[in-house]
Design a binder for this molecule. Structure first.
Ligand code: ATP
Ligand code: MG
Length: 138
């Protein structure tokens, strides 16, 4: 089992000024930051990142949204990082997210849901590599 996961603070949350509060909740949740970047994705890059959802009806909306403003990308470390981070962020739809989770606290809708969290160790590694070179991670 890997002890790393990958996250993004999504454009809705950076726009609303929630970046600091979300990073604070992540750190207080026991995760340490191993790489961090403030960046705006092109539509092409957002499309590539979410390529697994290409056939889904919400894909065009997702690509448009994820390239609509800056995001904050990070590699996080903690024991059992992938599963524990999914618990910390809560369900995809904030209406179904548990009390106190990041999506419950900061997300507006299933589309604009404040944060991304990797769904497996394999994808955490792929997603971290998408954003960060070896020189940018610690
Ligand atoms: P993420 O991968 O961003 O952490 P997730 O793993 O909880 O989210 P996925 O099923 O991987 O959920 O969906 C990826 C993203 O696509 C969601 O976070 C959300 O932004 C968007 N999305 C998912 N389902 C819908 C939907 N029904 N309508 C609009 N957008 C959606
Ligand atoms: Mg996902």
């Amino acid at each position: 089992m890997s002890n790393r996961t990958f996250t993004m603070v999504k454009p809705d949350a950076t726009r609303k000024g929630y970046t600091g509060a979300i990073l604070d909740q992540i750190i207080k949740g026991g995760f340490s930051i191993k790489a961090l970047k403030w960046i705006q994705l092109t539509k092409e890059q957002a499309g590539q990142f979410y390529d697994v959802h290409r056939e889904r009806p919400f894909y065009p909306e997702l690509v448009e949204f994820m390239s609509s403003g800056p995001i904050v990308a990070a590699i996080l470390e903690k024991e059992n990082a992938v599963a524990d981070f999914r618990t910390l962020i809560g369900a995809t739809n904030p209406a179904n997210a548990a009390e106190g989770t990041i999506r419950k606290n900061f997300a507006a809708s299933i589309g604009e849901n404040a944060v991304h969290g990797s769904d497996s160790d394999e994808n955490a590694a792929i997603e971290g590599d998408f954003f960060f070179s070896k020189l940018e991670r610690f």
